[in-house]
Design a protein. Structure first.
Length: 202
């Protein structure tokens, strides 16, 4: 891919949308889509099944979201971003952001639904993970104000399969969360597990 990501990587654009084939779509945010945030290192069958199931449930087009900035890891280097984009090419459309938290994702990509696993949703609702100066309700209020919503896929978590119904959502904020039924997408595998097995990229 001769690379439409260059302008974004130089810091000249806040985000970048790419079509499934890797062609640049633009630097404006996606609208009314289901965004699956992830590291995609590598893309695996669980990503694809979950996104397809979300598209079917919501009747929205799906897209991978890759933030080059992370909360608890170093930023992803330019060459590594290019490698991951090459890996994603042909799998799904992509939006590149610099939005490590969901407050920042909702600000960068307003009006979209975020497809997340149960474990991620549980952290979102845990005050220990709230940004400085915000509580959980403040986080949810900020996301709701920008039209953000969450579709929660069940996950094997602490030896039990958990769904959106197991989340401890503050009163009045349940409308932000919907559950993705287990049937048709469950894939208890992660990029971390695949890398640990060897033969994949670090």
């Amino acid at each position: 891919m001769k690379h439409g990501a260059d302008r974004f990587l130089r810091g000249e654009a806040g985000l970048l949308r790419l079509a499934r084939d890797g062609a640049v779509e633009g630097h404006d945010p996606p609208q009314g889509e289901v965004l699956l945030p992830g590291s995609f290192n590598p893309v695996h069958a669980g990503h694809l099944k979950m996104l397809a199931a979300a598209e079917e449930r919501t009747r929205r087009p799906g897209r991978f979201e890759l933030s080059v900035v992370n909360v608890d890891k170093p930023p992803i280097g330019d060459e590594e971003v290019r490698r991951r984009l090459e890996d994603m090419r042909g799998q799904a459309p992509v939006v590149l952001t610099r939005a490590p938290t969901f407050v920042e994702k909702a600000r960068a990509c307003p009006g979209n639904m975020f497809l997340i696993g149960f474990d991620t949703a549980a952290r979102l609702l845990d005050r220990r993970y709230a940004p400085p100066g915000m509580d959980v309700c403040g986080v949810l209020r900020d996301i709701a104000r920008r039209g953000g919503r969450f579709l929660v896929a069940g996950r094997l978590f602490r030896d039990r399969f958990h769904t959106a119904e197991d989340l401890r959502i503050p009163d009045g904020w349940g409308f932000l969360f919907d559950g993705l039924p287990e049937r048709g997408f469950r894939e208890d595998v992660s990029s971390t597990i695949l890398r640990a097995k060897g033969g994949t990229h670090e």
